[in-house]
Ligand binder design. Structure first.
Ligand code: SF4
Ligand code: SF4
Length: 309
């Protein structure tokens, strides 16, 4: 059963520009082929699937299809050339179908976005592509990784579309070995060794004690780095790049704690405070890292958690 339509009709029905419909057809997102009389033909089933994606009822009945006997040659050609069905484009992005109607393409999100235009990033476009099921194009793009996850687009959106959740889902949908930069390697390292850079426990403890002795000698008499001190008020986590490359930076915090007479401690294990599972959209890893910090809070009976970022 085939459905016959004009581009202008389809554009009006789905609330998009006529060129958008033409682009969908050209890209194969809308599996339709030219029919007679400047009309297009698509399988009725695909039309229904498109309606489902947009969360709307088909405006025509199945019996309004074209009698293929009248367009036999065209039908054969159309079937032969029919691109991938919409069924092949099931979205894995948990996009709410109502977004298709809710998004007014007002562009407020793009106006609020501090990096709109960088490599063509436009949150409005990303939302529109997501509701069209263009998962692969989005997941393969650099946009989710350029996005700072600042949330300004979402806060400004009059339709309350969860753009940052979409961005994070896009990050999480990319194959892990294709995650840009060192982020995924850091996640794997953190799961294996307790911090993103794989610093061994003994080296870390030795470094902290050594820095503490320097501090005591330089400016904080009596200072001892508090490692695993049970009952401390504040649990301090660390960005692993500090002990790895800029250890003296940690002393700035420590001086303040010392001057304030604060009760604080650093755990000897699982002290990483930068959760790259969060950044990379890896929920499972993120939960493990968070769980370790919670366990340290319980083990050392701390009341306040300090994260470096
Ligand atoms: S602000 Fe919201 S409604 Fe407007 S274009 Fe962006 S996502 Fe759509
Ligand atoms: S969350 Fe990303 S897309 Fe939204 S405003 Fe911030 S940088 Fe732009």
């Amino acid at each position: 059963m085939m459905y016959e339509f004009r581009v202008s009709e389809m554009a009006e029905e789905f609330g998009v520009h006529r060129n958008t419909i033409r682009n969908w057809i050209a890209a194969g997102t809308l599996p339709a082929k030219e029919g007679p009389g400047r009309k297009y033909l698509m399988k009725f089933h695909d039309y229904q699937t498109l309606c489902e994606k947009f969360g709307r009822e088909p405006h025509i009945r199945p019996d309004s299809h074209v009698d293929l006997a009248t367009v036999k040659s065209m039908e054969a050609k159309a079937e032969q050339m029919m691109p991938m069905e919409l069924d092949g484009h099931h979205s894995e992005l948990a996009v709410d179908p109502s977004w298709a109607d809710a998004c007014m393409t007002c562009g407020t999100c793009a106006s609020a976005c501090p990096i709109a235009g960088v490599d063509g990033l436009d949150p409005r476009k990303i939302v529109r592509m997501a509701v069209l099921g263009m998962d692969k194009e989005l997941v393969d793009s650099q946009w989710p990784w350029k996005c700072t996850m600042c949330g300004k687009c979402e806060v400004s959106c009059p339709a309350n579309i969860q753009i940052t959740a979409l961005m994070r889902k896009l990050r999480g949908s990319r194959e892990r070995d294709k995650v840009p930069g060192p982020i995924h390697k850091g996640v794997a390292m953190c799961l294996e060794r307790g911090n993103n850079l794989g610093i061994p426990k003994d080296d870390f403890v030795f470094l902290c004690q050594d820095l503490g002795e320097e501090l005591a000698a330089d400016s904080c008499p009596g200072f001892v780095t508090p490692i695993d001190v049970h009952g401390s008020r504040v649990l301090v986590t660390i960005n692993s790049k500090e002990p790895f490359a800029e250890p003296d930076d940690m002393k700035f915090w420590w001086k303040i704690f010392h001057a304030a007479g604060e009760s604080w401690t650093i755990p000897s294990e699982n002290w990483e405070g930068v959760n790259w599972g969060l950044f990379s959209g890896d929920d499972a890893a993120m939960k493990v890292v968070v769980g370790r910090i919670v366990e340290n809070m319980r083990r050392l009976n701390c009341k306040i958690l300090l994260l470096p970022e």
